[in-house]
Design a protein around this ligand. Structure first.
Ligand code: AP5
Length: 213
């Protein structure tokens, strides 16, 4: 099963992608998490990506596409995957489609987690992330068991650099200009499904499970 998560920054793509990965036994691949791991480890890729991410801009397609194609070629992706944060531009979607066609394959579902901009800004200021294992929390909606500490790996939770309100506004602008056109793209392919991302996390997941079967 090959699933793409669409939605604005902070719509809950990562939260839902993790639940999908667990239920359907496929890897959760987040390009944002891969970039953040590279930043944390001080790699060249991380240094380059950070310059764009801190401004709320997209990392250039040539860097992102190579990284994603290498990842989905790995053994654990044989039976599918859930992509979180990729594709984010029409050229990225076209490259993915071309690669899948070579394998006689295609995307099964593109799930759009729909949340209005005004909810997003509120959510992002309350988000806390674990830069070690990628888990995310919300200080009010989805708090960790122990304040400031990741339930999964025990690392310290942080407010991401790109979750500062000004950067969030810029990420939303970039989303509407460059990523939202993918909704039409996947509608045209007959695989787009939309869920109401303003509902509680469990209800959003139930709606997704109904779609995926
Ligand atoms: P990335 O990490 O992908 O960020 P994003 O798309 O902006 O998405 P987020 O991780 O911010 O949010 P999310 O939708 O996963 O929401 P979450 O589940 O955490 O990318 C970061 C940057 O990397 C980009 O800006 C770009 O620079 C670069 N990049 C990455 N991929 C790229 C690509 N393909 N091309 C180019 N550049 C790329 O939830 C948000 C909060 O809400 C959390 O606190 C959560 O607990 C809470 N929450 C979740 N669901 C609910 C709910 N139902 N009700 C209430 N609260 C909820």
């Amino acid at each position: 099963m090959k699933i793409i998560m669409l939605g604005a920054p902070g719509a809950g793509k990562g939260t839902q992608a993790k639940l999908i990965a667990e239920k359907y036994g496929v890897p959760h691949i987040s390009t944002g998490d891969i970039f953040r791991a590279n930043i944390k480890n001080g790699t060249e890729l991380g240094k380059e990506a950070k310059e764009y991410m801190d401004k709320g801009l997209l990392v250039p397609d040539e860097l992102t596409v190579r990284l994603l194609l290498d990842r989905v070629a790995q053994d654990d992706c044989k039976n599918g995957y859930v992509l979180d944060g990729f594709p984010r531009t029409i050229p990225q979607a076209e490259v993915l489609d071309k690669e899948l066609i070579k394998l006689g394959d295609s995307v099964d579902f593109a799930v759009d987690v729909d949340v209005p901009d005004e909810n997003i800004i509120r959510r992002m200021s309350g988000r806390r992330a674990c830069l070690n294992c990628g888990a995310t929390y919300h200080i009010v909606n989805i708090p960790p068991k122990k304040e400031g500490i990741c339930d999964v790996c025990g690392s310290e939770l942080v407010l991401r650099d790109d979750d500062q309100p000004e950067t969030v506004k810029n990420r939303l602008k970039v989303y509407h200009e460059q990523t939202q056109p993918l909704i039409e793209y996947y509608t045209g392919k007959g695989v787009l499904r939309t869920v109401d991302g303003t509902l509680p996390m469990e209800e959003v997941f139930d709606a997704i499970v109904k779609i995926l079967g």
